[in-house]
Design a protein around this ligand. Sequence first.
Ligand SMILES: [Zn+2]
Length: 126
Amino acid sequence: MKIEFKKVPTDKKELKTEFNSVKIEGTFCRISSSLVKIEAKLSGNIDIDCSRCAELEILSLDEELKLILSDGVFKGEEKDEFLVIEIENSLIDFDEIIESELNSVKSEYHICKECLQKDKLVEQEF
Ligand SMILES: [Zn+2]
């Protein structure tokens, strides 16, 4: 789903889009001529590599997504709970936003259940 920056309404609009079986559901609205606010929930299942044994594991996502999209370079003040994303070409591409969110989740340190189990066994032995 793509939408032009200037076409985003100033009233909250429902956001519902899906990319590779991961969903974003929530609202988005324009808060100034160059800023769009997104408050949504990211949910779905993704495959993630274990950082230790590289085994793929399915992780179910359920994350709050609070984003400020800036049309070009962001000049405002950063708000703590909101992540700022600078948009090029004045075109908001929600698929791209989901994809980059997923990539950041995937790049986080993750240990699979089996490795966690092994850790527990080691702890019990000593
Ligand atoms: Zn593992």
